[in-house]
Write a protein that binds this ligand. Structure first.
Ligand SMILES: [Zn+2]
Length: 160
């Protein structure tokens, strides 16, 4: 609260008073404040509207329908699935080695996904043989998911 001079009689009045206590003239400070208040009321709704519009346009995650197929995610999932299949084939080969810890797999051989969802790949590795030396070995692996969605090796053949 501040004191202002009445524009009519010059008496000091509160800027919050509606009119001068001495002469009864309407306070200019009070009128101006009322005008500013009115202006705020007029300007706030459009501002709110812009904010709400912005929130709406930026995407409301709750109302957006779920995307059935995200190509990037689908590709990532398939790559992960292929990797799981490859790892299982390698594990199976390793389990049959005389010296499993000596196995060095050639990781450059790619896996191929068949139309029925099965994965085929050639596994090449070097491992310690029964004679103590490192020898090369090559396997063919065919792996497929069973009815419960679990990878199962359907074929694992050592190539001569
Ligand atoms: Zn006055």
């Amino acid at each position: 609260m501040a004191l202002v001079k009445c524009h009519e009689c010059g008496a000091e009045i509160s800027d919050e008073a509606k009119k001068c206590l001495r002469c009864g003239a309407r306070s200019r400070a009070y009128n101006q404040r009322q005008l500013r208040k009115a202006a705020k009321i007029i300007f706030i709704p459009p501002l709110l509207l812009i904010i709400l519009l912005g929130v709406f346009l930026s995407g409301n995650p709750g109302s957006r329908p779920p995307l059935p197929l995200d190509p990037v995610r689908a590709a990532e999932k398939e790559e992960y699935e292929n990797m799981r299949a490859v790892m299982l084939c390698r594990d199976s080969v390793t389990a049959n080695l005389r010296d499993p810890d000596s196995a060095k797999f050639d990781t450059s051989t790619p896996a191929t996904r068949l139309k029925d969802g099965a994965v085929i790949l050639n596994i090449t590795l070097r491992a310690r043989s029964g004679f103590g030396g490192m020898t090369n070995a090559e396997y063919f692996c065919h792996i497929k998911k069973n009815g419960s969605g679990i990878w199962e090796i359907t074929k694992l053949i050592q190539k001569e």
